[in-house]
Design a protein around this ligand. Structure first.
Ligand SMILES: NC(=O)c1ccc[n+]([C@@H]2O[C@H](COP(=O)([O-])OP(=O)(O)OC[C@H]3O[C@@H](n4cnc5c(N)ncnc54)[C@H](O)[C@@H]3O)[C@@H](O)[C@H]2O)c1
Length: 347
């Protein structure tokens, strides 16, 4: 029998936090990473398009849709590096999962926390293929909202246990170190980015600035390093000096989007890059040797959000941290939408 067709499960920020704690943060990251990785293995079954971006001088608002033919998902996300000055997040997001068969939504959820989790999980999946085996020390430059999630995903998936932190705002570094204090890392707070990268096997850059920034200069990148470049994700917003890219092997999510938004916007349109899904499926090589420099030019792709939505939808079955939202008009007779409105007239 059809009933409650008007209701759609909604995961608020409060419920997302309850869900993450109920599952456990590191287990959540591992399971989410499995979903992300699995969806990369079936890359060819997805509808893919560069995200639809609306740019302004101070930020960007984006829609990120995809479908595998059975499910459809999209995320609304913004990126406003100046937002923290007014007490707002740089990145906020929410998203929706729907069934293709009827077009009816299955889930509406906050995705600000979920984006930080999925970005970190994706970074760690990539690093498993691209970082040197046994990599245990990671520098994180940019210690804002994404940073602790990145640290924990690399711990959960690669066993990274030494962190070297740097941010132009030392208060951000101190907060990051304090937040991670109970997770068993050996943490060094650094006074300069050059100090942070010393001895690091992996460098994650997660800074926010709407400009061509140079967070890493060429001399800071030694043989064998894996660079997880998270913060350069918009036209005119990059983190790595071009020379680093010219002597690295570059791995990307979806080239048509990354060439617009990623570090490789600094390179010629035909500069060779390798797609992560090909590395994951074994049709392309990831790390070849100990001395190779690898760059994961992360911008965030719709399939990763789809994987995250899929994971949350499944997780709600055993951890029902959601409320039912009266989102869809549901007249008794489907064609009598107007009649339903009339019957709701007051008095
Ligand atoms: N690739 C992806 O999938 C993805 C996903 C989410 C966020 N992002 C991007 O990651 C970046 C970080 O996001 P966030 O939510 O953590 O932002 P945030 O504003 O919370 O933190 C950014 C931090 O970078 C620091 N910073 C700025 N310039 C710096 C510099 N030159 N050197 C060192 N530190 C510097 C700031 O002080 C701040 O603490 C943003 O650019 C965001 O757009 C990418």
């Amino acid at each position: 029998m059809l009933k409650d067709l008007n209701l759609v499960p909604f995961v608020s920020v409060e419920n997302m936090m309850k869900l993450v704690h109920a599952i456990g943060i590191e287990r959540f990251l591992r399971e989410l990473a499995e979903h992300v990785e699995h969806d990369f293995t079936r890359w060819e079954s997805f509808d893919k398009t560069p995200r639809v971006a609306s740019h302004s001088k101070i930020g960007v608002i984006e829609l990120m849709p995809t479908s595998d033919g059975t499910l459809y998902g999209f995320k609304y996300v913004n990126g406003h590096p100046g937002n923290t000055k007014s007490g707002r997040q740089t990145v906020t997001a929410f998203g929706l999962l729907a069934e293709v068969e009827t077009g009816y939504p299955l889930l509406l959820t906050e995705m600000t926390i979920l984006t930080a989790l999925r970005t970190a999980a994706t970074s760690a999946v990539a690093a498993r293929y691209l970082a040197r085996p046994g990599a245990k020390t990671m520098a994180i430059i940019g210690n804002g909202a994404q940073s602790e999630f990145q640290a924990l995903a690399f711990k959960a998936l690669l066993g990274v246990d030494r962190l070297r932190l740097f941010d132009i705002d030392s208060a951000a570094t101190e907060r990051c170190a304090a937040n991670l204090a109970a997770f068993g890392f050996d943490i060094t707070c650094c006074a300069a980015p050059e100090e942070a990268v010393e001895g690091a096997d992996i460098v994650t850059t997660a800074t926010a600035d709407k400009q061509y920034a140079t967070i890493l200069t060429d001399n800071m990148v030694g043989a064998g390093l894996h660079v997880n470049a998270v913060g350069g994700d918009c036209p005119g917003k990059t983190e790595l000096h071009r020379d680093i890219l010219l002597r690295s092997d570059i791995f990307v999510e979806y080239p048509p989007q990354t060439r617009i938004e990623g570090e490789i916007q600094q390179l010629d349109d035909d500069h060779p890059v390798t797609e992560l899904w090909q590395v994951i499926t074994g049709t392309a090589t990831g790390r070849r040797d100990e001395r190779q420099i690898t760059v994961f030019d992360s911008v965030g792709f719709a399939t990763e959000d789809f994987s995250a939505l899929r994971y949350i939808h499944a997780a709600l079955k055993s951890h029902p941290y959601c409320e039912q939202l009266d989102l869809l008009a549901d007249p008794d007779e489907p064609r009598d939408l107007f009649g339903m409105l009339l019957r709701a007239a007051p008095g």
